[in-house]
Write a protein that binds this ligand. Structure first.
Ligand code: IVH
Length: 670
């Protein structure tokens, strides 16, 4: 393909994908299937890899990440990013209203109310309609430019389509993780036996600062915009500016309302107090702004916040109750979680008896003493949490909590690894909840999907000494199962059939099921696709593991260690013998020779007698590998006509051998 052909295609694809993206994220419509969308994206990624100089500034490929930023550049805000003063009662709001009335010398004014979204604020800069910077608040004066991460937010326009946008402007808003995205992320954490995140806000804040934008893209951040800045915007009210940014394609929450006076504002606040819990994201209050921009200017700012706006924070429902004790739970990976055992108390619709305390740091932070009266709130309106101690009620005689040093389940001395918040029980193979937890993970729906087994049956099988590892499930006999409480002929048959059926579950699910630390479902799929079978994976060196797509050092080390463990080897051998799938069912093109074994290729440009796909197939059939781009790992760049100059340059710089079709054909014959 010539550069000019590529340019045309890249332009077309960029436009097409951005169109479908806008339709989907802004209008909730789709004209093509996910599969077709992914194919267009793949095609564009391919072309951009080949012709990187032709990549457009609004390329949708930026949505999937791919940038690693070690240090985010620190940038001074053009307009400082101030915060808002908080109020907690109608009286305080009325005081604010009185200050406004005074500041405006009796002039009439309107308010504009929005919900206060609980995320991290971001300032976006657009130049000539293109998103160029995404800056965090930082200290208000300067923040970090996290643009690569911001570009993964699908609802944000990378380029404004409307013609009438000022040459430069800034919009500010709140980046957040929706409740759904947050729950999904925590589910994935559970799947790999990792600690779950405590709340969506902090997680969003951590995500915005991650170095690898590919990881950020997976977490699906979202953003609501609520503030337009810039001199040439030609708007006179906040309402107009909100409508304007909406018309430019920004996502604005539809929960706003213009209010005539402070009583109207109070009604708005009231109306959202309960309803806000049904929204897809966390909100913690209402922001009240003077609508007229000239009046905003007249009121001005204090050193910290505008005088023309204020936040009203909803009171999280909070109750005080006695901390009766702390119990400790041990998870599948041995991580210990302390749990507050509370005197039962009614809170926001349910009776609360227990609340997670997460780890020893949290206990120390709260300075808990057994017998203390503690305040309990419902974080995220669902999960109860202990927020503080009611010190006025503390009895002098109470002693601070001393964190346990031995596993409550098996008595083994606990360990706490450098830099980790959790204590762990290292007795992986002998600690009952760890053993049962591994079997529960093994049978889960996304793993071996044995739904004839559940937590209670596993506990019984374990207690009777029948099942200690997943492989034991495949040795179960009818007479064993009949020993279980409540099991009769039919339920026994069911259970055994479920176990039998799991032998057809594909390799990637089996790989997930065996519970290698950090290997979640997606990673298991990548590993299965790349290594094809368990032996390839089990014998892989760290270097080979790192070659697999999306596998970083932490995962590579964990996989490597897993397969070096004698007991794990024995377990895998037993599972193999039982007949589980340890081979990927994906069919490779049939092998013709080993002539290209160990050699990697990138194919670029056009060839007289071959299509590019044909050449790729030849490479694979002869034992070679196709890489996605020129890098230090590459052996050969197979160059056709009109290959992009930058690719050649890069290959030369990295010392990658550049060959023509003649030399390639020779390699196949030798
Ligand atoms: S307007 C001059 N509107 O709350 C400040 N802020 O405590 C203008 N926030 O920094 C901010 N929802 O991060 C505004 N609808 C909303 C908001 C909102 C959430 C955040 C924002 C701000 C903080 C102030």
């Amino acid at each position: 393909m010539t550069a000019s052909e590529a340019k045309k295609q890249i332009q077309e694809l960029t436009e097409q994908i951005n169109h479908h993206n806008d339709l989907y994220y802004q209008k909730n419509k789709s004209e093509i299937s996910d599969f077709e969308f992914d194919q267009l994206l793949e095609k564009l990624i391919g072309l951009e890899t080949e012709f990187p100089e032709l990549k457009l500034p609004d390329s949708p490929t930026q949505r999937v990440g791919g940038t690693i930023t070690k240090d985010f550049p620190s940038v001074v805000h053009e307009y400082p990013m101030l915060s808002l003063a908080n109020t907690y009662s109608p009286e305080e709001l009325k005081d604010f209203d009185a200050r406004v009335a005074k500041g405006l010398d009796g002039e009439a004014y309107d308010y504009f109310c929005e919900l206060k979204f609980d995320g991290v604020s971001i300032s976006l800069k657009y130049e000539n309609g293109i998103l160029t910077r995404g800056i965090t608040r930082g200290d208000g004066v300067r923040g970090d430019d996290v643009i690569a991460n911001v570009k993964t937010i699908r609802s944000l326009p990378l380029k404004i389509k409307s013609k009438n946008v000022p040459a430069q402007f800034e919009v500010r808003g709140e980046v957040f993780l929706s409740k759904e995205a947050f729950n999904k992320l925590n589910k994935e954490q559970e799947d790999i036996g990792e600690e779950t995140y405590a709340n969506a806000r902090n997680t969003a804040s951590g995500t915005v600062k991650m170095q690898d934008s590919t990881q950020v893209a997976k977490r699906k951040l979202d953003c609501f915009l609520y503030y337009l800045l810039g001199e040439e915007n030609k708007v006179t009210t906040h309402e107009e500016s909100i409508k304007k940014i909406e018309s430019w394609g920004f996502q604005v929450s539809q929960t706003y309302k213009k209010c005539k006076n402070i009583d109207d504002v109070l009604k708005y606040i009231d109306s959202w107090e309960k309803k806000r819990n049904e929204l897809p994201l966390e909100t913690d209050g209402v922001v009240i702004k003077i609508n007229n921009l000239r009046q905003q200017e007249q009121l001005g700012f204090t050193a910290k916040s505008p005088r023309w706006a204020i936040a009203y924070k909803y009171k999280a429902e909070s109750v005080s109750t006695r901390l009766n004790g702390i119990t400790y739970q041990v998870g599948r990976t041995g991580a210990v979680t302390p749990v507050a055992e509370l005197e039962p108390v009614f809170l926001a619709g349910t009776t609360v008896k227990r609340a997670s305390l997460h780890n020893a740091n949290e206990i120390a932070r709260l300075d808990l003493h057994i017998g203390d009266f503690v305040f309990v709130e419902k974080g995220g309106e669902i999960i109860p949490k202990v927020t503080s101690v009611d010190l006025a009620k503390r009895d002098e005689k109470l002693k601070p909590v001393k964190y346990i040093s031995k596993c409550p389940e098996c008595g083994t001395e606990l360990v706490r690894k450098e830099g980790e918040a959790n204590h762990y029980c290292p007795n992986e193979k002998g600690c009952p909840p760890q053993i049962k937890g591994r079997i529960e993970h093994f049978i889960a729906r996304k793993a071996m999907d044995i739904n004839s087994l559940g937590e209670r049956t596993i506990a019984q099988l374990y207690d009777l000494g029948l099942v200690k590892t997943p492989a034991d499930l495949y040795d179960l006999k009818k007479e064993d199962v009949m020993k279980l409480e409540g099991f009769k002929e039919l339920s026994t048959k069911n259970l055994l059939q479920g176990v039998e059926h799991s032998k057809t579950i594909p390799f990637e699910s089996v790989l997930f099921a065996i519970g290698i630390r950090f290997v979640g479902k997606t990673v298991a799929e990548k590993l299965a696709g790349y290594f094809k079978n368990i032996d390839g994976l089990a014998h892989a060196t760290i270097e080979q593991l790192l070659q697999a797509p999306e596998i970083g050092e932490k995962i590579a080390q964990s996989v490597f260690d897993f397969f070096r463990d004698k007991e794990n080897q024995h377990e895998i051998a037993r599972l193999k013998k039982a007949g589980l799938q340890f081979e990927s069912s994906f069919k490779e093109p049939e092998k013709e020779s080993d002539r290209l074994e160990g050699k990697s290729f990138v194919i670029s440009g056009i060839f007289e007698n071959y299509e590019r796909e044909q050449l790729q197939e030849i490479v694979i059939k002869n034992g070679g590998r196709i890489l996605s781009g020129v890098s230090g790992k590459l052996n050969y760049l197979l160059a056709g006509e009109n290959m992009g100059p930058s690719k050649r340059e890069k290959a030369e710089k990295l010392g990658v051998k550049i060959i023509g079709i003649g030399e390639f054909e020779k390699m196949l014959k030798s």
